[in-house]
Design a protein around this ligand. Structure first.
Ligand SMILES: *Cc1c(COP(=O)(O)O)cnc(C)c1O
Length: 424
């Protein structure tokens, strides 16, 4: 008989935890402890030998609990559960999305290396790449969505550093415009410059669609990164991050994490375990709400344009093709261009009641913000226009409320937008 394979959503309540570890408690408690008692000095020695890689792990042997900077049950169970969604061999959880991203970059980039990355990327990531990495002798090269593989090959060759390409880093869909980049194309690009001895890594920030609606490892990525603050946490009450990939790569990430000391704490681990139980139903509801919200927005006279993956058609060519082959849903991130420039966008934002005016995304409540003056305020004006971050652009993260209530709120706020006659 074929062994039944439980799906991730069915395993989120119990996988990797045994009630007998905790007096039969059905839920994994918070292991709020810094250190763990060894049963004997020999056991302590054996745990350390493994932790420091002094010998190979025995076949049945499990790494022992030593100290919460190295390992903690809440984190380990969380990492095992999070791995299921992306089909990853292993996962490392961090105290923020930024610490996940920066630790992965620091581990896999060396002075003299070249990092090629998609632009726009998350503001914090962009700052780290442009202002921190060059200080350590790492060269960086940005490309815009829509750049072809041939153009990228030429760009990298012309940089004179093709032999030092170490990582292709991308964020797709791009924030806040929802432009897509093909992960498969980035894999081919990395392989074009890499070799068996020198693998060029492909790393994907999957915060926008993951871990439900896009699985980068299946499309050739080596590393998947998350701000777990967003959909994974999902309740706007915790900051956390994660990196996923092969055992081999994750061992390196986890080792650097041990020495940087930027792992998540047990309380954060416990909150995320709780969040994971409802991850799928939240993300499904958010996606179905977004679809209804977009049907309304697309028809509203005060909305000039809607950026939403579900609106892509074969006429959009490459973008549509990437969407069909790489994404499993249109997700719940929507950007709209409101009539009346920045003033129109602000009138809209200031008149929302149910939808909250705040940055961040992926939470149970719907959120709206103004990228040009908020999340992307740090970009120079020319860059903003190049990436479509116009003064009238508003980004919406659709939550789990009743869709008619979200639409009611958006409609009231849009109707409050008063466009000067000269601007119509
Ligand atoms: C929020 C975010 C980050 C940073 O994560 P933090 O948890 O805030 O550190 C990175 N990438 C994307 C796409 C994000 O939205």
């Amino acid at each position: 008989m074929k062994k039944h394979q439980f799906r991730p959503e069915s395993l989120m309540m119990s996988y990797g935890y045994k009630p007998e570890w905790s007096e039969g408690a059905i839920k994994c408690p918070i292991f709020q402890t810094s250190t763990f008692v060894f049963q004997s000095a020999e056991e302590g020695k054996a745990f350390f030998e493994l932790a420091y890689g002094l010998r190979e792990k025995g076949e049945k042997e499990k790494p022992g609990l030593i100290y919460s900077r190295l390992n903690n049950p809440d984190l380990e169970i969380l990492e095992n559960r999070l791995s299921l969604w992306d089909g990853a061999e292993d996962c490392a959880v961090f105290e923020s999305g930024m610490s996940a991203i920066t630790t992965a970059m620091l581990e896999f980039l060396q002075p003299g290396d070249l990092l090629v990355y998609s632009n726009p990327v998350y503001g914090g990531t962009s700052h780290f790449i442009q202002h921190f990495l060059p200080k350590y002798g790492i060269d960086v090269l940005a490309f815009a969505p829509g750049t072809s593989k041939d153009q990228l090959i030429r760009m990298i060759e012309e940089s004179g550093q093709a032999d030092r390409l170490a990582m292709v880093y991308l964020e797709t869909p791009a924030n806040p415009t929802n432009d897509l980049i093909s992960i498969k194309m980035c894999r081919e690009l990395a392989d074009h410059f890499g070799s068996a001895e020198h693998r060029v890594l492909v790393a994907v920030d999957n915060t926008y669609l993951g871990p439900l609606w896009q699985h980068p490892l299946k499309h050739g990525a080596d590393l998947v990164l998350y701000s777990a603050t967003k959909y994974i946490g999902g309740h706007s009450d915790v900051i956390a991050g994660a990196v996923l990939g092969s055992k081999e790569l994750m061992e390196r990430v986890k080792t650097l994490r041990t020495f940087l000391g930027n792992m998540a704490g047990p309380w954060t681990g416990w909150l995320l375990l709780r969040s994971l139980e409802t991850l799928k139903i939240r993300m499904q509801r958010q996606a179905s709400n977004a679809k209804k919200v977009v049907e309304f927005l697309a028809e509203h006279p005060k909305v000039e344009k809607v950026h939403y993956l579900g609106l892509l058609t074969p006429e959009d060519g490459e973008q549509y093709h990437i969407f069909k082959s790489q994404c499993e849903s249109a997700g719940a991130m929507v950007s709209i261009e409101v009539q009346g420039g920045e003033a129109g966008a602000f009138q809209f934002l200031n008149n929302l009641k149910l939808v909250k005016l705040a940055v961040s995304l992926g939470s149970t409540e719907s959120l709206a913000q103004h990228p040009a003056t908020m999340t992307h305020a740090g970009l120079d004006p020319e860059e903003k226009l190049r990436y479509g971050i116009t003064p009238n652009l508003v980004r919406l993260s659709v939550g789990v409320e009743h869709p008619d209530d979200i639409i009611y709120d958006l409609e009231n706020a849009l109707n409050a937008v008063e466009v000067e006659p000269a601007m119509v």
